[in-house]
Design a protein around this ligand. Structure first.
Ligand code: NDP
Length: 334
């Protein structure tokens, strides 16, 4: 039974040395418990925050503890009448081969409805993030322009596609020509901008001739700087993630631009609102019905980046923060 623990806290970019693979004994379920065998492990940007001791919305992983993460697992043995051997569930059991569970908090995965990995992506936490943040805070109207960055990832790709379903224009920002072509050709975005190109601000302005009504913020940094001058009066900005800064060790060099930002918020009556997907837990049914339906009808699509082997998780996670993934990053464990 292998498990990957947090060996030390990174300052800046994590390296493989911040993780440690350990071999442990095989756990055996007591009365009422089940043994879960991890099939797929989801890797997500929030895990960088859990590696840090800085105060956040969730507790950090302790040094020496198993790295957190959601998995799709198979019930390997069961002393709980509610679960049979072979059942598939999602669990927050982390970066390891096997884990025990009381059954509480597990979500059943029906492999006949959709491929099981979608429970970690478009039909799971990232999909729910896109759906709730865009529709509740962004509230796109027909004809409006919606911009989203990290647009080839599981959150951004669904944000753009839902924007289209609601009659808005979708403009994606992503790293590199391949991801941009995918957004336009496979997902039907109206325009896609490469954030690594020299003329990001000009290219974004050209792609948004009527300004920006909704900016779904996944990234921060240079992308936000390019977006801010284009935000229309009464624009909405769901603040979902700031991945460009997750490895930052200090504030960017001055001048301090917060007065400029506050002035834009005031004069253009912008609405910026941070959220964590769990704030919208009461929308889980609506999400499953709508996005599940759109997926079955072929009206939304998704892309996965599946990496083979638990031992690859640290390298794959380090790459996620730099855009090396192309689609929802998942480790195939067994
Ligand atoms: P992705 O699979 O999209 O991975 C992150 C992507 O961010 C990378 O692939 C990379 O794509 C992009 N990126 C990294 N650095 C930069 C940069 N400097 N400038 C521009 N883009 C960059 O991840 P998710 O879809 O899972 O998550 C997207 C965002 O949503 C993250 O910020 C995450 O923290 C947040 N999130 C928030 C939740 C909440 O409850 N608030 C829940 C889930 C996710 P590229 O190659 O295009 O640069």
């Amino acid at each position: 039974n292998r498990r990957i623990v947090l060996a030390s806290r990174p300052h800046g970019e994590p390296t493989p040395a911040h993780f440690r693979m350990e071999e442990g004994r095989m756990p055996s379920p007591r009365d009422g418990e089940i043994l879960l065998r991890t099939r797929w492990l989801s890797l997500d940007p929030y895990m960088r925050g859990r590696m840090s001791a800085a105060k956040s919305y969730a507790e950090p992983v302790a040094i020496g503890a198993v790295m957190v993460g959601e998995v799709v697992a198979e019930v390997a043995s069961s002393n709980n009448p509610d679960f049979a051997v072979g059942d598939l569930v999602t669990a927050f059991s982390g970066w390891q081969d096997y884990a025990l569970s009381s059954g509480r908090g597990l979500r059943r995965v029906d492999p006949h409805l959709a491929p099981p990995t979608t429970a970690l992506g478009i039909l799971g936490m990232p999909g729910m993030t896109a759906y709730t943040g865009l529709l509740t805070i962004g509230d796109p109207k027909p004809g409006e322009t919606v911009v989203v960055a990290a647009a080839a990832g599981p959150v951004g790709s669904l944000v753009g596609q839902i924007a289209k379903l609601k009659g808005a224009r979708a403009v994606g920002v992503a790293g590199g020509p391949e991801k941009c072509a995918f957004l336009r050709q496979a997902l039907g975005f109206d325009a896609a901008i490469d954030h690594r190109s020299d003329d990001l601000a000009d290219a974004l302005a050209a792609a948004c001739p009527d300004g920006i009504d909704v900016y779904f913020e996944n990234v921060g940094g240079a992308v936000f700087d390019a977006v801010l001058p284009l935000l229309n009066n009464f624009a909405r900005v769901p603040v979902c993630g700031l991945v460009s800064g997750y490895n930052a060790t200090e504030l960017p060099p001055g001048p301090d631009r917060s007065p400029m930002l506050m002035r834009a918020i005031l004069t253009r009556r912008l609405r910026l609102k941070g959220f964590i997907v769990s704030d919208f837990a009461d929308q889980a049914r609506d999400f499953a019905r709508d996005v599940g339906g759109w997926l079955r009808e072929g009206r939304v699509r998704y892309r996965e980046d599946i990496v083979e082997g638990l031992e690859q998780a640290p390298e794959a996670f380090i790459g996620l923060l730099k855009g090396h993934n192309f689609g929802k990053l998942i480790i195939h464990v067994a």
